[in-house]
Design a protein. Structure first.
Length: 275
């Protein structure tokens, strides 16, 4: 039931110390001033910055999520981030995996993060969100709401839904909690071998109470509200991973899975990104 969902894009994030001479009155000694280098977007092919990366990854075969960390070396055109490691091309649209296979990076509305799909030579495909992770000290205070696209797959018995919709990511840095809402989920439904039919407003998925740790978030309670689908039981196996991207945490994205097939028929997974 592997489905390929596009997304991705990394970014730059380092601090370069530039020596600047400031004259002190009366001919005193000069003082070097550290000047931060602005984050570079993935599309900035002239940048030679290295970037600290984070990724939220979903194994579409095993239906498990994981958090990855690593580095983008623009000067060497390499990305070193766990199972997504390899050589990144000049226009930053693909990674050739060291272990074999490719990662397709898709430019979207975000500047410092992007959605991806990895198709390794061996093993399951993965989808997720990757980007230049925000330094913890530079995360915003208070509450921040970000919006963007989401992709969701729902399996209900023999019925399979491939859906896209809208993501709202509400982060409260005072309580260290994130609530994600995926709504307006439209797409196609297949049932066994029947032809696909178009469906609209299939469900609203909420992920409440994800815990912020540093510049990442995980966990939370996943619920499905739908006129036609069953609810997720308390015994469902659920997982969520996400991260904040950019110089001030102004972008975010993540992946999730809820598997209720041990006690029911519902399995749901997907990804989301916003700014």
């Amino acid at each position: 039931m592997t489905r390929l969902i596009n997304m991705l894009r990394p970014v730059g994030l380092t601090i370069a110390a530039l020596g600047t001479l400031a004259a002190c009155g009366g001919g005193g000694a000069s003082t070097p001033i550290a000047t931060p280098t602005p984050f570079a977007t993935l599309g900035d092919t002239a940048s030679q910055q290295s970037a600290a990366l984070a990724a939220a990854s979903l194994d579409t075969g095993a239906r498990t999520t994981s958090a990855l960390t690593g580095t983008l070396n623009r000067a060497g055109n390499t990305a070193n981030i766990g199972t997504l490691s390899g050589a990144i091309n000049a226009n930053r649209s693909a990674i050739t995996l060291t272990a074999g296979g490719t990662v397709a990076l898709q430019a979207g509305a975000n500047s410092f993060s992007t959605r991806y799909i990895a198709t390794p030579t061996t093993g399951n495909a993965t989808i997720g969100v990757l980007g230049a992770v925000t330094p913890t000290a530079d995360l915003p205070g208070g509450s921040v709401t970000m919006t963007g696209p989401a992709t969701v797959t729902i399996q209900n018995g023999t019925a399979l839904f491939d859906l896209t919709g809208d993501a709202t990511i509400a982060a409260n840095f005072g309580t260290d909690r994130v609530t994600t809402t995926l709504s307006g989920l439209n797409g196609t439904q297949t049932n066994g071998v029947t032809p696909a039919v178009n469906v609209t407003d299939v469900a609203t998925v909420t992920i409440t109470g994800s815990t912020i740790t540093g510049a990442t978030f995980n966990g939370g309670t996943i619920a499905v509200m739908s006129a036609t689908l069953p609810t997720i039981s308390a015994g469902a196996v659920t997982s969520t991973n996400g991260a904040f991207f950019g110089p001030t945490g102004n972008e975010a994205g993540g992946v999730f899975v809820a598997d209720d097939t041990a006690t029911g028929n519902l399995r749901i997974f997907g990804d989301f990104i916003g700014k």
